[in-house]
Design a protein around this ligand. Structure first.
Ligand SMILES: O=C(O)CCC(=O)C(=O)O
Ligand SMILES: [Fe+2]
Length: 191
Protein backbone atom coordinates (compact mmCIF):
# COMPACT_ATOMS: atom_id res chain seq x y z
CA UNK A 1 0.00 0.00 0.00
CA UNK A 2 2.73 2.46 0.99
CA UNK A 3 4.76 1.40 -2.00
CA UNK A 4 1.76 2.01 -4.23
CA UNK A 5 1.11 5.51 -2.97
CA UNK A 6 4.80 6.43 -2.98
CA UNK A 7 4.99 5.20 -6.55
CA UNK A 8 2.06 7.26 -7.79
CA UNK A 9 3.34 10.38 -6.00
CA UNK A 10 6.82 9.90 -7.42
CA UNK A 11 5.40 9.33 -10.87
CA UNK A 12 3.50 12.63 -10.74
CA UNK A 13 6.62 14.35 -9.54
CA UNK A 14 8.67 12.94 -12.37
CA UNK A 15 6.15 14.21 -14.95
CA UNK A 16 6.11 17.62 -13.31
CA UNK A 17 9.89 17.91 -13.25
CA UNK A 18 10.21 16.96 -16.89
CA UNK A 19 7.58 19.55 -17.85
CA UNK A 20 9.46 22.16 -15.86
CA UNK A 21 12.62 21.27 -17.75
CA UNK A 22 10.91 21.93 -21.09
CA UNK A 23 9.68 25.26 -19.78
CA UNK A 24 13.00 26.09 -18.20
CA UNK A 25 14.81 25.65 -21.48
CA UNK A 26 12.05 27.56 -23.25
CA UNK A 27 11.53 24.68 -25.67
CA UNK A 28 8.52 24.58 -28.00
CA UNK A 29 5.50 22.41 -27.16
CA UNK A 30 6.46 19.76 -29.69
CA UNK A 31 8.98 18.44 -27.16
CA UNK A 32 6.18 17.35 -24.87
CA UNK A 33 6.25 14.24 -27.00
CA UNK A 34 9.87 13.66 -26.01
CA UNK A 35 8.89 14.14 -22.38
CA UNK A 36 6.18 11.52 -22.72
CA UNK A 37 8.66 9.10 -24.20
CA UNK A 38 11.37 9.89 -21.66
CA UNK A 39 8.78 9.37 -18.92
CA UNK A 40 7.38 6.21 -20.42
CA UNK A 41 7.61 3.77 -17.57
CA UNK A 42 8.65 3.46 -14.00
CA UNK A 43 10.21 0.81 -11.95
CA UNK A 44 9.97 1.34 -8.24
CA UNK A 45 11.59 -0.61 -5.48
CA UNK A 46 12.31 -0.64 -1.81
CA UNK A 47 15.86 -1.47 -0.79
CA UNK A 48 16.87 -2.53 2.69
CA UNK A 49 20.60 -2.16 3.28
CA UNK A 50 22.28 -4.52 5.72
CA UNK A 51 24.30 -3.04 8.56
CA UNK A 52 28.08 -3.06 8.20
CA UNK A 53 29.83 -6.06 9.69
CA UNK A 54 30.64 -5.54 13.33
CA UNK A 55 34.35 -4.95 12.93
CA UNK A 56 33.84 -2.35 10.22
CA UNK A 57 32.52 1.13 10.72
CA UNK A 58 31.69 1.76 7.10
CA UNK A 59 30.77 -0.43 4.20
CA UNK A 60 30.06 0.26 0.56
CA UNK A 61 26.60 -1.18 0.13
CA UNK A 62 26.10 -0.07 -3.46
CA UNK A 63 29.07 0.48 -5.76
CA UNK A 64 29.58 3.78 -7.60
CA UNK A 65 27.37 4.13 -10.66
CA UNK A 66 25.19 6.50 -12.64
CA UNK A 67 21.54 5.66 -13.08
CA UNK A 68 20.83 4.61 -16.64
CA UNK A 69 17.30 5.95 -17.10
CA UNK A 70 15.76 9.43 -17.11
CA UNK A 71 15.17 10.40 -13.47
CA UNK A 72 15.45 8.64 -10.13
CA UNK A 73 13.45 9.79 -7.15
CA UNK A 74 14.67 8.61 -3.77
CA UNK A 75 13.24 8.89 -0.28
CA UNK A 76 14.21 6.93 2.79
CA UNK A 77 13.71 6.16 6.46
CA UNK A 78 16.03 8.95 7.58
CA UNK A 79 19.08 6.75 7.78
CA UNK A 80 21.44 8.59 5.45
CA UNK A 81 24.00 6.85 3.29
CA UNK A 82 23.73 8.21 -0.24
CA UNK A 83 26.89 9.91 -1.51
CA UNK A 84 27.77 11.56 -4.79
CA UNK A 85 31.14 12.10 -6.44
CA UNK A 86 31.53 15.62 -7.80
CA UNK A 87 34.37 16.72 -10.06
CA UNK A 88 36.51 17.51 -7.02
CA UNK A 89 36.88 13.76 -6.61
CA UNK A 90 35.79 13.61 -2.98
CA UNK A 91 32.62 11.81 -1.97
CA UNK A 92 29.95 14.11 -0.58
CA UNK A 93 26.98 13.07 1.60
CA UNK A 94 23.61 13.73 0.09
CA UNK A 95 21.40 14.59 3.01
CA UNK A 96 17.79 13.76 2.26
CA UNK A 97 15.56 15.86 4.54
CA UNK A 98 12.84 14.24 6.69
CA UNK A 99 9.77 13.64 4.55
CA UNK A 100 11.79 14.89 1.62
CA UNK A 101 13.20 13.23 -1.41
CA UNK A 102 16.04 13.65 -3.79
CA UNK A 103 15.96 13.56 -7.57
CA UNK A 104 18.92 12.25 -9.54
CA UNK A 105 19.37 12.75 -13.24
CA UNK A 106 20.09 9.58 -15.19
CA UNK A 107 22.22 9.04 -18.29
CA UNK A 108 19.25 9.36 -20.67
CA UNK A 109 18.30 12.83 -19.47
CA UNK A 110 21.95 13.79 -19.65
CA UNK A 111 22.15 12.64 -23.26
CA UNK A 112 18.82 14.14 -24.27
CA UNK A 113 19.74 17.49 -22.70
CA UNK A 114 23.06 17.48 -24.58
CA UNK A 115 24.88 17.31 -21.28
CA UNK A 116 23.13 20.35 -19.76
CA UNK A 117 22.12 18.04 -16.94
CA UNK A 118 24.72 15.87 -15.36
CA UNK A 119 24.05 12.34 -14.19
CA UNK A 120 25.95 12.17 -10.91
CA UNK A 121 28.09 9.21 -9.94
CA UNK A 122 26.68 7.99 -6.64
CA UNK A 123 27.01 5.14 -4.17
CA UNK A 124 25.52 4.03 -0.89
CA UNK A 125 27.53 3.47 2.26
CA UNK A 126 26.24 1.95 5.44
CA UNK A 127 27.49 2.94 8.85
CA UNK A 128 26.19 3.12 12.40
CA UNK A 129 23.62 0.74 13.79
CA UNK A 130 20.40 1.66 12.05
CA UNK A 131 19.29 0.00 8.85
CA UNK A 132 18.73 2.17 5.83
CA UNK A 133 15.53 1.61 3.94
CA UNK A 134 15.21 3.47 0.65
CA UNK A 135 12.37 3.83 -1.81
CA UNK A 136 13.47 4.53 -5.36
CA UNK A 137 11.45 5.26 -8.45
CA UNK A 138 13.33 4.99 -11.71
CA UNK A 139 11.72 6.67 -14.70
CA UNK A 140 12.91 5.18 -17.97
CA UNK A 141 12.33 6.02 -21.65
CA UNK A 142 10.27 4.01 -24.05
CA UNK A 143 12.42 1.18 -25.35
CA UNK A 144 12.36 2.26 -28.97
CA UNK A 145 12.73 5.96 -28.23
CA UNK A 146 15.47 7.71 -30.13
CA UNK A 147 17.40 9.83 -27.67
CA UNK A 148 18.32 12.94 -29.59
CA UNK A 149 19.03 16.37 -28.14
CA UNK A 150 16.63 19.14 -29.23
CA UNK A 151 18.37 21.33 -31.83
CA UNK A 152 17.65 24.30 -29.51
CA UNK A 153 20.11 22.82 -27.01
CA UNK A 154 22.91 22.45 -29.51
CA UNK A 155 25.14 25.20 -30.84
CA UNK A 156 28.59 24.85 -32.28
CA UNK A 157 30.18 27.45 -30.10
CA UNK A 158 29.17 26.73 -26.53
CA UNK A 159 27.21 23.52 -26.68
CA UNK A 160 28.42 21.28 -29.48
CA UNK A 161 26.52 18.02 -29.88
CA UNK A 162 27.87 15.64 -27.22
CA UNK A 163 26.12 12.39 -28.18
CA UNK A 164 25.03 10.86 -31.42
CA UNK A 165 21.32 10.00 -31.55
CA UNK A 166 20.66 6.45 -30.41
CA UNK A 167 17.90 4.11 -29.35
CA UNK A 168 17.40 3.61 -25.64
CA UNK A 169 17.17 -0.17 -25.99
CA UNK A 170 20.49 -0.28 -27.88
CA UNK A 171 22.12 1.66 -25.08
CA UNK A 172 20.70 -0.71 -22.46
CA UNK A 173 21.87 -3.76 -24.42
CA UNK A 174 25.31 -2.23 -24.73
CA UNK A 175 25.34 -1.49 -21.00
CA UNK A 176 24.46 -5.07 -20.08
CA UNK A 177 26.99 -6.50 -22.49
CA UNK A 178 29.95 -4.35 -21.40
CA UNK A 179 29.41 -4.53 -17.65
CA UNK A 180 31.62 -1.53 -17.10
CA UNK A 181 30.16 1.02 -14.73
CA UNK A 182 32.24 4.00 -15.71
CA UNK A 183 31.42 6.12 -18.70
CA UNK A 184 29.05 3.76 -20.48
CA UNK A 185 27.20 6.63 -22.14
CA UNK A 186 30.39 8.31 -23.36
CA UNK A 187 31.67 5.04 -24.69
CA UNK A 188 28.43 4.15 -26.42
CA UNK A 189 27.36 7.48 -27.91
CA UNK A 190 29.96 10.12 -27.04
CA UNK A 191 31.17 12.35 -29.90
O1 LIG B 1 19.60 3.89 -1.73
C1 LIG B 1 19.83 4.93 -2.32
O2 LIG B 1 19.76 6.03 -1.76
C2 LIG B 1 20.20 4.96 -3.77
C3 LIG B 1 20.10 3.65 -4.50
C4 LIG B 1 20.59 3.75 -5.90
O3 LIG B 1 21.37 4.58 -6.24
C5 LIG B 1 20.12 2.81 -6.93
O4 LIG B 1 19.45 1.83 -6.58
O5 LIG B 1 20.41 3.03 -8.11
FE1 LIG C 1 21.52 4.74 -8.35
Amino acid sequence: ETLGSLTSKARELSTLILKMIIEGFGLPQQYNLDIEELNNSNDSRMTRYLLPEQNKDLEIALVPHTDKGTLSIICHNEVQGLEILPKTGEWVDVVIPPNGYIVLVGDMLKAWSNGRFVAPIHRVVTKGDKERLAFILFTVPKEDMTIKAPSELVDDENHPLRYRPFKYEDFINFHYSTRTEKGVLEEFAGL
